[in-house]
Write a protein that binds this ligand. Structure first.
Ligand code: AMP
Length: 113
C-alpha cells in the first residue's frame, strides 16, 4: 500500500508542489502551523528516521541541500527557519514516509509545545 506522499508523488492525489527533482519533492503542508510550512520528502519510501541506511543516507543530504536552496529563494535564510522530523509515537509521527517539516515566515517560539 503506497503512502499518501507516494500517491502525491505519483499525482494520484493533489498537493501544492513547491519543488521537485529526481530524489525529493517539496509540498505545502495541508494543515500549516506557521506562515510557511513545507514538507520536504525523499521520494523513496523510507518509513522512519530509524530506517535511514548506508544505501539511502545520501538522501538526507539532498533534503538539507534543498532546504538551503529554498531558504535562499524565499529569502527566509537570514531571518531563519526551523526543520523538524517526527519519529514514531513520542515524536508524533503520523505519516510513515520520512519527511522534514520546514517552518518559517514568523517567529516560531519555543521548540516544544
Ligand atoms: P508527521 O507525520 O506528524 O510528521 O506529519 C505529517 C504531516 O503531513 C502533517 O503536518 C499533515 O498536515 C501533513 N499532511 C498529511 N496529508 C497531507 C496531504 N495530503 N498534503 C499535504 N500535507 C499533508
Amino acid at each position: 500500500m503506497p503512502t499518501i506522499f507516494t500517491r502525491i508523488i505519483n499525482r494520484e492525489i493533489p498537493a501544492e508542489i513547491v519543488y521537485e527533482n529526481e530524489d525529493i519533492i517539496v509540498i505545502k503542508d495541508i494543515n500549516p502551523v506557521a506562515k510557511i510550512h513545507f514538507l520536504v520528502i525523499p521520494k523513496k519510501e523510507i518509513a522512519t528516521l530509524n530506517d535511514i541506511s548506508q544505501e539511502n543516507k545520501y538522501l538526507i543530504g539532498e533534503v538539507f541541500f534543498s532546504i538551503a536552496e529554498i531558504a535562499k529563494e524565499l529569502k527566509i535564510d537570514k531571518d531563519g527557519y526551523r526543520v523538524i522530523a517526527n519519529c514514531n509515537t513520542y515524536g508524533g509521527q503520523e505519516v510513515f514516509h520520512i519527511h522534514f517539516h520546514l517552518l518559517a515566515g514568523e517567529l516560531l517560539g519555543p521548540m516544544k509545545n
